[in-house]
Design a protein around this ligand. Structure first.
Ligand code: TYD
Ligand code: MG
Length: 459
């Protein structure tokens, strides 16, 4: 007899009864009924499996294929791995199909590529390909939504790389649930991934992101694939950031930076220049942070605005940074430096739409706030980094020499940084790329406590 159960479309949790709110994730109106198909599997009793010593396992280094898009290769950890599955997520219209079509055309130079489109017609894909110069004879296109046909076509064609755009439009005819629901997405992805491991082709799945930022429906998808890449960026800016949030074959946290042009997405190497392009000099509340995104140093402008509040509880709000962290730093500034911020709203913004997650941004946020409060601009040639603790102590951060080198290369001559990072930066003996005889040497202000940073007279 067919039994029914209830699945949360947000987190994938299964329940016996329907409810308005999912007890697991707390989301509302997300539980739908599903009917179990067929009898439960009758398992064998199991058998003893052969064991092998870890040293005896033969491991050939998995061959990687470059997508010839440098920024994409970087995020993938040096190219696509055969037999691996990659999930690319992001808001609709952010550029997932565009970058994959570009990569597919480049890959098709060396091998056969199958692009399965379930969202757009082949004509639409062709037109886009024509516009961005991504037409190639060995790039095969099919328009399909049905999982079973995809699997059969893939085993028939045996391509080296398969792109499924998107996993939400893929449906298995074994299931009765609608496309995009948890069980559909999970089962379709599982079948495609299993096939990729068996046949050894690289599989790329496109997934949409829900309003709260997770890949629609199942978080489970993230556990099933080898790498998860997210596209970030807002529509107001032309640049897009592709971030590896998980990667079994390379470093997570790596980012690729692109610009959306009329000829598709173009990788940007010199990203710091882009983020600092519109920086207003001599403005109170603006500082330049030297941060690390994965293995790449990046300079971004952090801005603060401090205004008398009209609310009973003053606002602390942040764009591009964690608001909780900003609230904490505001409290540190109040208690340790004595700025009376309890009657002021604090707004922090990372200019250009970048999103900074590392604590090394603390010092920049605080100095921007001090500068905004005192209405005194920080000197234009200063870049800074450092983590700040609750007592106001400045803690060292990772890879200070890379940050310093990037700052020097962009013409900054003065670094405000944690004292404990000082020796490492000095040993690295940073010399700017474009050094001329008139380039002043890099100066350091190395501090142990927030009060020293404030007193350094930079703001
Ligand atoms: P798309 O790759 O279709 O987004 P996704 O697959 O993530 O939903 O990107 C579509 C957007 O990109 C659309 O708003 C138009 C813009 N775009 C360009 O600006 N230039 C281009 O060359 C292309 C192909 C798209
Ligand atoms: Mg698309």
């Amino acid at each position: 007899m067919a039994k029914s159960f209830f699945v949360c479309q947000n987190c994938g949790a299964e329940h016996r009864k329907w409810a308005g709110q999912c007890p697991d994730c707390g989301d509302w109106n997300c539980i739908t009924e599903q009917v179990t198909e067929g009898p439960a599997r009758v398992g064998s009793k199991g058998k003893v499996l052969p064991t092998a010593s870890i040293t005896a396992v033969s491991a050939t280094k998995e061959p990687r294929r470059s997508t010839c898009i440098e920024e994409l290769d970087r995020v993938l950890g040096d190219g696509l791995v055969s037999g691996s599955a990659v999930l690319i997520g992001g808001d609709p219209g952010i550029g997932k199909s565009t970058v994959l079509l570009q990569a597919a055309a480049k890959l098709a130079d060396a091998e056969s590529v199958l692009y399965i489109t379930g969202e757009e017609s082949p004509q639409q894909v062709h037109l886009r390909g024509e516009r961005i110069g991504a037409l190639h004879d060995d790039l095969k296109l099919i328009s399909a939504c049905e999982l079973e046909s995809m699997l059969v076509t893939i085993s028939d064609q045996k391509p080296h790389a398969v792109i499924v755009d998107s996993i939400q439009t893929t449906v298995s005819n074994r299931l009765t649930s609608a496309p995009g629901t948890v069980s559909q997405v999970r089962d379709c992805a599982a079948a495609l991934i299993q096939q990729a491991k068996q046949l050894g082709h690289a599989l790329i799945l496109v997934g949409h992101v829900t309003k709260d930022g997770s890949i629609a429906g199942p978080r489970v998808l993230e556990h099933m694939v080898d790498a998860v890449l997210y596209f970030e960026g807002d529509r107001g800016h032309a640049h897009r950031i592709l971030r590896a949030v998980k990667n079994r074959f390379g470093p997570a946290g790596e980012i690729g930076i692109f610009e959306m042009t009329d000829r598709g997405l173009i990788g940007i190497r010199d990203a710091s220049r882009l983020f600092l392009a519109e920086r207003a000099k001599d403005t109170p509340g603006s500082v330049v942070l030297a941060c690390m995104e994965g293995t790449r140093p990046l300079l971004v402008e952090v801005q603060a605005l401090i205004a008398p509040t009209v609310y009973a509880t003053p606002k602390r709000s942040a764009v591009g940074l964690d608001s909780g962290r900003v609230a904490m730093l505001t409290a540190v500034l109040e208690r340790r430096i004595g700025l009376p911020l309890s009657q002021h709203d604090v707004y922090i913004n990372v200019a250009g739409g970048a999103r900074i997650t590392e604590p090394a941004a603390d010092l920049a946020v605080l100095m921007a706030m001090v500068s905004a409060y005192q209405e005194k601009p920080l000197a234009n040639d200063v870049a800074l980094f450092g983590e700040v603790g609750l007592t106001g102590e400045i803690r060292p951060v990772g890879q200070p020499e890379y940050r310093a080198r990037e700052a020097a290369n962009l013409g900054f001559t003065h670094l405000l940084m944690p004292h404990e990072n000082h020796t490492r930066v000095q040993k690295a003996n940073i010399i700017a790329n474009m050094r001329t005889d008139t380039t002043p040497p890099l100066q350091f202000t190395a501090v142990r406590h927030l009060s020293e940073a404030v007193q350094a007279g930079l703001a």
